[in-house]
Design a protein around this ligand. Structure first.
Ligand code: SF4
Length: 369
């Protein structure tokens, strides 16, 4: 009899937790807001039905906004040089083992030409903070690509630059800019970056980009050292306030040759839950299923899509240099040609019932969902 009471009590507790997590998920979806305690409960629940409800709610919202379309962006990694020394990054300046390269203008144009033929209508030019790609050089590259491909979006991800630089690149034809905020907690930021880097400058850059007229992406690593529920809660509130057009999140993966090389990697499960929460908080957001997610789990990107992501970024960089853009260890997709990468990505997405589209895939705040 005693056993019966205990098992009934346990059942009641489980049912209560299950129902309360479902209520929380509905509440986030309806109010597009979340409390710190709600976040904690969602990240800590082990109840499979609750996680499935979170997944299906996020997917419903993504599908209502963008259908079953997944946008492909062609990624071109311009440079593995960087003047910064972020503690988590394999390209940090003090990592003497990092292999450094820069693409020439011609190599970049070749990547775009190949990408265009493969159906890409967004080129993402990404690199470390490398003074070689100064405004003169970058504006020349951007305006040449703009002239040749007027129907394509040009996304830049080149770190912190001056407002004048962002304006010049925008005037040259860039449309979008990705700059992860990394963490919305100044104290946490200070533990991930050297003293000469400033949290406030990072945030000021994001607001400057938005004011200039870019579609802007922020984002953070999941499971970075010293991250807590409170810092994650600050990240989500920053996203709610800033209302970015894109959010890039992926699990932290340690990089050899950095102070964090022995830190544990972030968790795929937590990343998926956060992707879903971000979709519920900000329904029209363009949300990539990142390569980092695919690095930690063989179906990581597919799972990302099933939890509400709607963007993938196959690599268009020359194959010879792929492995050298080593921001973290064991990065996938460093051996294939661009065409193979595109076909592989498309096949994986089709297999789970979604469709890759040849489309710029712009942010649309007026979507019905
Ligand atoms: S994260 Fe970016 S800015 Fe920091 S070291 Fe790496 S490439 Fe440079």
């Amino acid at each position: 009899m005693l056993t019966q009471v205990n098992s009934d009590q346990r059942f009641d507790k489980l049912t209560f937790n299950f129902l309360s997590t479902l209520n929380i998920i509905d509440h986030i979806r309806n109010t597009r807001d979340i409390t710190r305690d709600e976040l904690e409960q969602i990240l800590e629940t082990e109840d499979k039905a609750s996680i499935e409800y979170l997944r299906s709610s996020a997917r419903e919202v993504a599908t209502a906004a963008y259908g079953n379309k997944i946008f492909m962006r062609g990624l071109i990694e311009l440079s593995s040089h960087c003047k910064n020394d972020c503690l988590y990054c394999g390209l940090r300046r003090s990592n003497s083992a990092a292999v450094r390269y820069r693409l020439s203008d011609e190599q970049i144009y070749d990547c775009c030409e190949q990408g265009y033929k493969l159906g890409f209508r967004t080129f993402v030019m990404q690199g470390g903070e490398d003074g070689w790609f100064d405004d003169k050089r970058m504006c020349r590259i951007v305006s040449t690509v703009r002239q040749h491909y007027p129907d394509c979006a040009i996304t830049l991800s080149l770190g912190e630059r001056s407002r004048e630089s962002y304006q010049a690149l925008f005037d040259a034809g860039a449309n979008r800019y990705l700059l992860r905020h990394e963490t919305a907690s100044p104290e946490h930021y200070a533990r991930l970056h050297p003293a000469e880097m400033s949290f406030q400058n990072r945030i000021d850059c994001l607001y400057a980009l938005k004011e200039i007229g870019y579609q802007v992406g922020c984002g953070f690593m999941v499971g970075s050292p010293y991250q807590t529920i409170d810092t994650l809660y600050a990240d989500l509130q920053f996203i709610r306030t800033f209302q970015p057009q894109m959010v890039g999140i992926g699990p932290f993966i340690s990089a050899t040759g950095t102070p964090f090389q022995d830190q544990p990697n972030g968790k795929v499960g937590t990343t998926l839950r956060l992707l879903a929460i971000i979709r519920l908080l900000h329904p029209p957001v363009l949300l990539p299923a990142t390569t980092a997610l695919g690095t930690l789990h063989p179906q990581g990107r597919e799972l990302g899509i099933q939890f509400g992501a709607n963007v993938v970024m196959p690599n268009l960089s020359p194959r010879d240099h792929r492995k050298d853009y080593a921001i973290y260890d064991n990065k996938i997709c460093t051996g294939e040609e661009a065409a193979e990468c595109r076909a592989c990505t498309e096949g994986r997405i089709r297999k789970i019932g979604y469709e890759t589209v040849v489309d710029r895939g712009d942010f649309n705040p007026n979507l019905e969902y």
